[in-house]
Write a protein that binds this ligand. Structure first.
Ligand code: NAP
Ligand code: MG
Length: 482
């Protein structure tokens, strides 16, 4: 289609200057200190940009998991019995210490997870800090949190499992509300992004948190499964729908929060401001390389503007810089893991086989590491796999529609229900359409806006319960007796 603008190649490299010294290996953080795993097992964590080994990480076995849960169990009554203003002080301390060290965390996220430093620095870390501040504010006001409940009670020990796409932010989403409500926690980060959580343990120590209140156990899915099967009182999981379903089946009568996948629709009406739309499409699907549960991965475009919008999008995509996530000018870093790269490659190939047409950025990708160029699939029909399944990568499926009714029908034609976007210059149309969309979060003329005070979560296979805001707080408290 259009000519490639010169802009992207003219920028000089702008590498992040901060170096973070890593240890050769990291043990498990149980009862306030790092310990060797009883399992005796370790695994290597690498950088996805060049597969460079970074450190060895402990693989927690069943014994280790139970030890961590026991430490959290012993610490919980004292933690809950502290004056609530004291609990608040500890959480404020975590917030401030994390704020002071945000840059180091951003470097670690870029190095180990492949997220671009700009996103880690400007989005993930500030959001994580805000989450701690927000929940510190609630810790001594819980009696006002739930109408009719004067003395809300914690659940006990929380078992939390998080994914690799927002390593520090997801940790904050679990730890902050758990602690504010008087629970203690055992958290397992994802196998490919353990380092941020391990660095957070230094903050836990620096904040002087009582031993056992926060425990971090590293490992793969088996460690996660052992945590689910342990004696924790509450399960809080963010990850894939398939694992989420298994956890729901094993939860018994324990309270659960599940934040799962999505295939969110971004609906563009012909009367929308297309230049603004293009920038937001880029953000909604290519931010974090599409490794975002609420990514606007299905673009529904009203027919009359489809061709123009695609021309604008293709032109805009040529300005995207793909490369070193530690360079401040980079827009897309590497895919987080080889496993995820294969999922993205397979699903994209299936779309093309089923009749979709692809356009992409005309840049060469680095040879080493896990790379995938941002891709747009047009002529997608609702029955194709790329219209139904979560790709969790930088791939956008474009479908056209004629009437608002058809847009709503297409948007809701998914097993998921996490987020949606509506683009129009008519407020009444946006509200009318939004009211009929089955999605937990709906953005109007914007996308990917977050706030710790606003509840986030999905319908159908996108999950169970909400995180953030008052609804998120309630998920960590006992329900009032009827
Ligand atoms: P995943 O395989 O479900 O992994 C998520 C976490 O669960 C990881 O820590 C993982 O360990 C662990 N795990 C794996 N198998 C387990 C088992 N049998 N029992 C207990 N824990 C287990 O998901 P993923 O593929 O890594 O992450 C991408 C998915 O997460 C996408 O579908 C995305 O939509 C979803 N997600 C949702 C949200 C949200 O807020 N709704 C946010 C982020 C991601 P490993 O480290 O070994 O993988
Ligand atoms: Mg996994």
């Amino acid at each position: 289609m259009s000519q490639s603008p010169k802009f992207s190649s003219q920028l000089s490299p702008a590498p992040e200057g901060l170096r973070v010294d890593l240890l050769d290996r990291y043990g498990l953080f149980i009862n306030g200190r790092f310990v060797e795993p009883a399992s005796g097992e370790w695994f290597e964590t690498i950088s996805p940009k060049d597969q460079q080994p970074l450190a060895l990480i402990a693989q927690a076995g069943i014994k280790d998991v139970n030890k961590a849960v026991q430490a959290a169990r012993l610490a919980q009554p004292k933690w809950a019995a502290l004056p609530s203003s004291e609990r608040a002080k500890y959480i404020f301390r975590l917030a401030r210490l994390l704020q002071e060290r945000m840059r180091e965390f951003a470097v670690i996220e870029a190095l180990e997870g492949g997220k671009i430093i700009r996103e880690a620095r400007d989005f993930d870390l500030p959001q994580a800090v805000q989450h701690f501040f927000y929940h510190a504010g609630w810790a001594d006001k819980l009696q006002y949190a739930i109408p009719g409940v004067a003395n809300p009670q914690p659940l006990g020990v929380v078992g939390a499992i998080i994914p690799w796409n927002f390593p520090t932010l997801m940790l904050a989403w679990k730890i902050a509300p758990a602690l504010a409500t008087g629970n203690t926690i055992v958290l397992k980060p994802a196998e490919t992004t353990s380092l941020a959580a391990l660095m957070f343990c230094e903050i836990v120590q620096a904040a002087g948190l009582p031993k056992g209140v926060i425990n971090i156990i590293t490992g793969d899915g088996q460690t996660g499964a052992a945590l689910v099967n342990s004696k924790v009182d509450k399960l809080s999981f963010t990850g894939s729908t398939s694992v989420g379903k298994m956890i729901a089946a094993q939860a018994g009568d324990r309270k659960i929060t599940l934040e799962l996948g999505g295939k969110s629709a971004n609906i563009v009406f012909a009367d929308a401001a297309l230049n603004q739309v293009v920038d937001n499409i880029v953000d909604s699907i290519f931010a974090n390389r599409g490794h975002t549960c609420c990514a606007g991965s299905r673009l529904l475009v009203q027919e009359p503007v489809h061709d123009r919008l695609m021309r604008l999008l293709e032109r805009r995509m040529q300005t995207l810089r793909i490369g070193d996530p530690l360079d401040k000018n980079t827009d897309l870093g590497p895919i987080n893991s080889l496993q995820q790269l294969k999922v993205i490659q397979d699903l994209t190939a299936s779309g093309i086989k089923e009749g979709a047409e692809a356009f992409t950025t005309r840049t060469s990708l680095p040879r080493k590491g896990f790379w995938f160029a941002p891709t747009v699939l047009i002529n997608v029909t609702p029955d194709m796999r790329v219209a139904q399944e979560e790709i969790f990568g930088p791939v956008l499926s474009v479908i056209t529609f004629r009437t608002p009714e058809e847009a709503i029908q297409l948007a809701n034609n998914t097993p998921y229900g996490l987020a949606a976007g509506v683009w129009t210059n008519k407020g009444s149309k946006a509200l009318k359409v939004a009211s009929q969309l089955k999605a937990g979060v709906i953005w109007q003329n914007t996308y990917n806006r977050f706030d710790p005070t606003a509840a986030f979560g999905g319908f159908k296979e996108s999950g169970w319960g909400r995180e953030g805001g008052l609804a998120g707080l309630r998920a960590y408290l006992k329900e009032p007796k009827q």
